[in-house]
Design a protein around this ligand. Structure first.
Ligand code: FMN
Length: 320
């Protein structure tokens, strides 16, 4: 099989602000996934943990696709034998059926930022989701029902307030928003207005609205209401704070997101309490996590599909 075909599935992975911070190097029977550090987010992600989580998501898509196309895959995280920092995946043909059936969800999964209807998720599906998160070095804690969700709202409120009061955060976010179709088509990355539930606008108007008229307090209350209206929250925790654990967390989260999509469950990030370091620390203490790092917070529920976000084509991310 032409390994280029696998890359096309890997790049459908989620990434912070849809920066798509990856490059792929194909040689012989291997694919190397390399970080593209030109696509860092220095304000919201100064230590690059979200960047390496995104690489983990792309890796998981690659593995799900390989399994579907009857390829065995062996993963090495940042092997010292390689001259460049990369995740190396070695492929070989294998027999047998695709047991996990997650492949179709690679195309249907999306971050759904709409409102959810608050219907409970059946316990059997919650159990399937929890199982999907199993990955060495990572834990996922689910919060189901208002008694479990309410105590987390203070962290969502505080994280959002702090982010939207920070002009550098808002400017960085605005720089990755594709305010209209022409911008979305041109860049094929970033947050397309329609995909995040906003109206389209000329860049000058969108930027003005974000930098002058966005009120941190009302943003905080909007996100808190979205959390309250969801069926459950899921918090992804890395047992250590290093690149390998971030990649592992990305794998765990992506398998969870694919499983949710295959069960018809929508999901979206509410990462603010994980992104603002002081708030993350308070959350860590509140949940008695010790040194383990709460790095992604997701809401889950049932909602209408949203327009899909765009990806750059494989040619743009393949290294020769
Ligand atoms: C590590 C990581 C962090 C993310 N952080 C946020 C976030 O804080 N808020 C948000 O709305 N979406 C967040 N997202 C979702 C991305 O914006 C989304 O994956 C991207 O725009 C592509 O859209 P899609 O997931 O619908 O394909 C994050 C995704 C990843 C992988």
């Amino acid at each position: 099989m032409d390994l280029k075909e696998l890359v096309q599935w890997a790049i459908k992975a989620p990434s912070g602000h849809n920066t798509q911070p990856w490059q792929f190097k194909i040689s012989d029977q291997t694919i190397g996934i390399l970080p593209d550090l030109r696509r860092r987010l220095p304000v919201v992600d100064p230590d690059d943990h979200a960047l390496f989580i995104s690489l983990g998501c792309a890796l998981e898509n690659l593995l799900v696709a390989a399994n579907h196309f009857k390829l065995d895959a062996k993963v090495e995280l940042f092997p010292s034998s390689e001259t460049e920092e990369c995740i190396l995946v070695r492929f070989a043909p294998k027999e047998g059926r695709d047991e996990d059936q997650l492949f179709p969800a690679i195309a249907t999964r999306q971050s759904n930022r709409g409102t959810y209807d608050g219907q409970p998720i059946p316990p059997v599906d919650l159990e399937t989701l929890q199982k999907a998160t199993k990955q060495e070095g990572v834990r996922c804690r689910m919060f189901v029902g208002s008694a479990a969700v309410e105590p987390l709202l203070q962290f969502i409120l505080e994280g959002t307030r702090q982010q939207y009061r920070d002009k550098t955060f808002v400017r960085e976010l605005a720089s990755w928003i594709r305010f209209n179709q022409a911008e979305a088509k041109k860049f094929q990355d970033g947050l397309y207005a329609l995909a995040i539930g906003s109206p389209t606008a000329p860049r000058w108007l969108g930027t003005l609205f974000m930098t002058v008229f966005t009120n941190p307090e009302s943003m905080a209350h909007n996100f808190s209401a979205l959390a309250r209206g969801s069926s459950a929250l899921a918090l992804f925790i890395a047992l250590k704070n290093d690149k390998s654990h971030w990649v592992q967390l990305g794998r765990s989260f992506q398998r969870f997101a694919l499983t949710a999509a295959s069960l018809g469950i929508a999901s979206a990030h509410l990462n603010m309490p994980c992104e603002v370091v002081a708030v993350r620390k308070r959350l860590q203490e509140h949940l008695q996590l010790g040194d383990a790092q709460p790095l992604l917070l997701l809401r889950l529920g049932y909602g209408k599909p949203m327009p899909y976000s765009l990806r750059r084509p494989p040619e743009k991310v393949l290294l020769s």
